[in-house]
Ligand binder design. Structure first.
Ligand code: TXE
Length: 486
């Protein structure tokens, strides 16, 4: 772990195994931090913020962030290989994720010296009023296993650009890339104690989220954990950004370009083996093209190449861990018990290269009744539910009939309809004639049970800054002490 610029195993002596999901073998171990280690990391981050980091100017912070982006690019192959080995994501995806992470640090480097307040004209011309945009202090950044370094970049880049110090906790299932990334922090020139990394499982959750020195928590992960964090943060009213899961609708209207839409549907839920928060796991298809789309999707899905995530031709790797495999297979079984019509897949994948790994067959369920559990709950795996709809109003009603609200897709060539539906959908993201396209300039985040707050874009800076108002009375006039001055 990285605490105050020192690499340490912590004080507890316990280590956790990290599994390669392609071989099921232990390929690394990480320390399980103790509450004392977490307390130390937060204390150091706090002291570094107070005594050093908040005095570093924006131009210097920008230079460090740009250098960090260079270092990610220089080490991209190693970092991508670690993630593909640790969580099973295919190498072509993890490579593009490293490019995304580097762009993220570069983008926010551009903001570091442009966080400025305003001078404000007040009714009373004798008052001189202005605002300061200030960092919050120590931010705790907790990430999930599915995309460790891009998820971290979404949080760390704006946090550092705005002048905060941080304590990072990656998922216990995939911490190794974050630790390798930690080696780049000092090389980029960040002073010791600005970026700290602790590892371990949820046992240290409370120590991270109920410490009064913490001024911000940003979390990506599952809903039950988000609820625990919000409860724990309530003691000191620590603000929490939550980026959680979804049951995102991908809607194809009859006038859409079918080939593009079907490719988008496949990219939406079989890319990354479905282990993305934005997975388009509900495909809503207008009745007139329903049979044709089902046929085309099933045909494409049958052709998906499963295999070693480090092989450049592999399209779907294993799912990330044993618990995830068991959860996905149990949800498919439940769907079967509830009467689901599985058109393709539906089992643990087998084959010569697949026996050793946590592979799930890419699965398509057709004619899905939206009330089925599998059509309502997040699977976080390669499972697509196809649901027919009649008209625009019907599509919007089905799309919004979920407790989640992260992403959505709309495929149509009718410009008016595209923008009408975009307004009606309850989600933080609407893709029109595309899906799973990621740019750091576009705000990212959810509504309803998909979480609160925004990552990426200038909106993310609002999560890591606070505005201070400063007012000076230029007049020397006497005032009435018992009436509010206006
Ligand atoms: O996530 P957890 P898990 C969903 C997905 C998946 C489910 C569970 O459906 O099947 O969540 O995955 C840390 N205080 N998503 O169990 O537990 C934990 O160590 C503070 C969707 O891996 O939420 C890890 O670092 N932190 C999601 C992080 O929280 C705690 C991506 C996330 O773990 C903690 C991943 C506590 N009490 C899973 N307990 C998405 N939005 O994409 C655990 N953690």
């Amino acid at each position: 772990m990285l605490i105050g610029g020192e690499w340490t195993d912590g004080t507890g002596g316990e280590r956790l195994d990290s599994y390669n999901p392609f071989t099921q073998e232990v390929w690394g171990t990480i320390p399980q931090a103790t509450e004392q280690d977490v307390g130390n990391a937060i204390e150091i981050a706090h002291r570094t913020f107070r005594e050093r980091w908040r005095h570093v100017n924006g131009r210097d912070r920008a230079a460090m962030l740009n250098r960090l982006a260079d270092l990610i690019e220089e080490n991209a192959e190693e970092l991508a290989t670690i993630d593909s080995t640790d969580n099973g994501k295919v190498i072509r995806e993890t490579r593009s994720q490293m490019r995304f992470a580097a762009r993220n640090y570069r983008y926010f480097a551009g903001y570091a010296d442009k966080l400025q307040g305003n001078t404000i004209p007040l009714d009373n011309g004798q008052m001189f009023d202005y605002t300061l945009v200030e960092p919050l202090g120590v931010a705790v950044l907790i990430t999930a296993w599915n995309s460790p370094l891009p998820l971290l970049a979404n949080k760390l880049a704006p946090a550092l650009a705005a002048g905060n110090t941080v304590v990072i906790k990656p998922s216990e299932h995939a911490s190794l890339s974050t630790l390798a990334f930690g080696k780049l922090i000092a090389k980029a020139g960040f002073p010791d104690g600005v970026v700290n990394i602790v590892t371990g499982d949820g046992r240290i959750g409370n120590a991270l989220t109920a410490n009064p020195l913490v001024r911000k928590i940003s979390f990506t992960g599952g809903l039950p954990t988000a609820r625990r964090i919000l409860e724990s943060a309530a003691a000191h009213l620590i603000p929490v950004t939550t980026e959680l899961g979804g049951k995102s609708p991908n809607i194809i209207f009859a006038d859409a370009d079918l080939n593009a839409a079907v490719t988008g549907a496949v990219a939406g839920v079989f890319g990354a083996s479905g282990q993305t928060c934005i997975a388009g796991s509900r495909l809503l298809v207008q009745r007139a093209i329903y049979d044709e789309v089902c046929r085309l999707v099933v045909e494409k899905v049958r052709g998906i190449k499963l295999g070693n995530p480090l092989d450049e031709t592999t399209e779907m790797g294993p799912v990330a861990n044993r618990a995830q495999l068991d959860k996905i297979l149990a949800m498919i079984q439940q769907a079967r018990d509830e009467g689901a019509n599985i058109a393709v897949g539906g089992a643990k994948a087998s084959g010569p290269a697949l026996e050793g790994g946590y592979f799930v067959e890419p699965t398509v369920i057709v004619d899905v009744d939206p009330s089925l559990t599998i059509a309502r709950e997040e699977v976080f795996g390669p499972v697509l539910c196809i649901i027919p709809f009649e008209d625009e109003a019907d599509a919007v009603a089905i799309a919004n009939a979920t407790e989640y609200g992260l992403a959505s897709g709309v495929w149509t060539n009718d410009l008016r309809r595209a923008h009408r539906v975009a307004r009606e959908i309850e989600a933080g993201l609407v893709w029109l004639n595309t899906y799973r396209a990621s740019y750091v300039g576009a705000p990212f985040g959810g509504t309803k049970l998909s979480g609160h707050g925004r990552e990426r874009s200038w909106h993310a800076l609002l999560e890591y800054t606070q505005v201070k108002n400063v007012m000076l009375d230029l007049s020397a006039e006497e005032r009435d002490p018992f009436a509010m001055k206006l």
